[in-house]
Write a protein that binds this ligand. Sequence first.
Ligand code: UDP
Length: 475
Amino acid sequence: MGQLHFFLFPMMAQGHMIPTLDMAKLIASRGVKATIITTPLNESVFSKAIQRNKQLGIEIEIEIRLIKFPALENDLPEDCERLDLIPTEAHLPNFFKAAAMMQEPLEQLIQECRPDCLVSDMFLPWTTDTAAKFNIPRIVFHGTNYFALCVGDSMRRNKPFKNVSSDSETFVVPNLPHEIKLTRTQVSPFEQSDEESVMSRVLKEVRESDLKSYGVIFNSFYELEPDYVEHYTKVLGRKSWDIGPLSLCNRDIEDKVERGKKSSIDKHECLKWLDSKKSSSIVYICFGSVAIFTASQMQELAMGLEVSGQDFIWAVRTDNEEWLPEGFEERTKEKGLIIRGWAPQLLILDHQAVGAFVTHCGWNSTLEGISAGVPMVTWPLFAEQFFNEKLVTEVLRNGVGVGSVQWQATACEGVKREEIAKAIRRVMVDEAKEFRNRAKEYKEMAKKAVDEGGSSYTGLTTLLKDISTYSFTSD
Ligand code: UDP
């Protein structure tokens, strides 16, 4: 049989497109043709990296095909083609509706190109039907880990949050390999409510289409969460392939600097600053591509940093300068570097000066921290971030929580400076040795997993074999 051809269709959000680009590079490096499907506004997320590969003479075949995103037709502002660009949360249903209108053009593309499989985002549940029409397998990409999907599954089956009498009382998530405790405040309201909402309908469709799909690709690796890989595949009976950490395919500086967006700081300036610092001496703070903090919560964080006494590099995604406590930047100019906008996260995390990562526990960031061997200070906000926090702080034990307990789209409820400083000092000073040793072990495991013969390398080999046999049997 000829060259395999994968269609990859991520949700239009940085946290989904960035790992998809890495996935495309990875599968293309194994001789597969990869076609990424996206909208015009998002083309640049992929095109620069692909061009750079071409300029370097790297012979990999990645194409981009664009589908118009019907924003205006769905009462969204023009150019609202990415989740972080929606004006308010209330516009979320419009965004999903617009995405579903991409079905027909996608089918035309599949008709034209006849790929061997469709790897598509969990948030594009209708793609299972599309793939079925063409008798090709649909593989789901959730962008998260096994642990989070196992916790989510148990929550839906057992509804343990119904057995407690207050929002702050803890309950155990049943039938998991570890005793995981949560409170109602840490669980998404969509999961808890019996009432139907647009979001709960979307999530139901996601689950149903998941079950009908051929299997699930994970940006994770076996050695990181073996109990949960077993649980997911043996107890829940799902087919999966773990092929991560995907970010480890970015080996040179350029690839690390420009992921998703153009970095807001010159790489030389950033490296010069980092080079001037001692090993494991600074804290890196970044909350991903969508999380929002109120000015008062940001001020509290700034004060927490000062109280911790640690040097820092802080990526801040707001134009509003109200978050700066009076005189903060002047007082901390020797100790801190503030990046206003997009940070070259991989470049920073991989630098030996970084000793801790204050993260919102988005899975990409979390796994990037793990792959770089950096202990974490966890500050989850929404999505499955509270589950990811449990994985880090209680299963892997390579980080500590800052005390965020409220599931919310905007961080506005009181995490106090003392708690922030305490968590940072635990990881950077008081228990630094234990955290660093553990983090280093995971870094080594991650690298081994993606090296030739490692678990993720073999996971990808199995995926490619499964797809060739699928194509073969269905011909
Ligand atoms: N990222 C980055 N620079 C930034 C912010 C984010 O490079 O200033 C990247 C980060 O490395 C990760 C992705 O954007 O790959 C964010 O994904 P994640 O799942 O951590 O969070 P989300 O943005 O989806 O909440």
